[in-house]
Design a protein around this ligand. Structure first.
Ligand SMILES: C[S@@+](CC[C@H](N)C(=O)[O-])C[C@H]1O[C@@H](n2cnc3c(N)ncnc32)[C@H](O)[C@@H]1O
Length: 271
């Protein structure tokens, strides 16, 4: 039985590591990023054509680099939300530095509909709703996917990227002997149960935080149950010059070369 993910812990955790996270992470403002160490939109080309005046809503935005990119590159009207006040402070600073106009709001996946209402956007629907590497921190992704779909315009696009279910498996290093008795290192993946991948648990600063991966068929079911048609599903291999790179992710003893770290799903709402 999986433990219950505590939203308040997530908030406090991300508040506590916000500046450290900003320090070890490099996120380009010249590309739309999907996750650490993988190619961005300029290579993957998964998104529709965006034009000036289109609207976008980003959840779990961190410092809102993707929204800043969409605003500056295409002139889109962007809203970005994150549960962490500190991350949203970073986003304000970055918007100021970049001369970007993004509406920023402290709100979680769990209360973003209420936050939209309070910000005067009740009933509004967006051309693009997206979240990059954040939905793994929620308890009930199926409900969140439905809610994100409810604020999508007919014909609009949803993009979710999240931790790949294989990535949360344990990465083992075994030492084996060859025929001459030399010790060789062999690495490999161990996953106890693909259908319920092990949680990535972080106990830091007295806070217990869970990042949870789900099977690809679960994601497929949640998106289709929300009435969406999946137009792209990608499991990109790691690259060197990724638009999002992080000291934490770069060093994984070969794991990034052997299995995907990120699952990307792009889906359309029908007219
Ligand atoms: C790995 S960071 C990714 C940030 C950003 N999307 C990016 O790609 O740079 C995860 C983000 O999810 C946010 N987060 C965690 N739990 C959340 C929740 N329940 N609701 C909204 N945001 C959450 C954190 O505050 C953090 O900014």
């Amino acid at each position: 039985m999986r433990e219950c993910i505590n939203k308040e812990n997530q908030k406090q955790y991300w508040d506590s590591i916000s500046d450290m996270y900003a320090g070890i992470t490099r996120i380009s403002l010249d590309d739309f990023h999907y996750g650490p160490q993988i190619p961005g939109e300029s290579t993957l080309k998964l998104l529709p054509k965006f034009t000036s005046g289109m609207t976008s809503l980003e959840l779990g935005s961190g410092a809102a680099q993707n929204s800043i990119f969409l605003n500056k590159k295409f002139g889109m009207n962007c809203i970005a939300m994150d549960i962490s006040e500190e991350r949203i402070k970073n986003a304000h600073e970055l918007c100021r530095e970049q001369g970007a106009e993004v509406e920023l709001c402290v709100a979680g996946f769990e209360n973003f509909l209420e936050a939209l209402k309070q910000a005067g956007h009740e009933g509004e629907q967006f051309d693009f709703v997206h979240s990059s590497h954040a939905i793994e921190f929620v308890q009930d992704p199926a409900t969140i996917v439905k809610q994100m779909t409810s604020v999508l315009k007919p014909g609009g696009t949803l993009m979710l990227s999240t931790v790949h279910p294989l990535f949360n498996g344990e990465w083992l290093t075994n030492v084996v002997e060859d025929e001459e008795g030399n010790e060789l290192e062999e690495s490999g993946q161990f996953i106890t149960n693909y259908f319920e991948p092990p949680d990535d648990v972080r106990d830091e600063n007295g806070l217990h935080v869970v990042s949870r991966a789900h099977s690809i068929s679960n994601w497929f079911d949640w998106l289709t149950a929300a009435g969406l048609t999946i137009t792209a599903l990608k499991e990109p291999a790691a690259i060197i010059d990724a638009p999002y790179s992080s000291a934490d992710w770069a060093d994984h003893d070969g794991q990034l070369d052997a299995i995907p770290s990120t699952l990307i799903l792009v889906a359309k709402k029908s007219f």
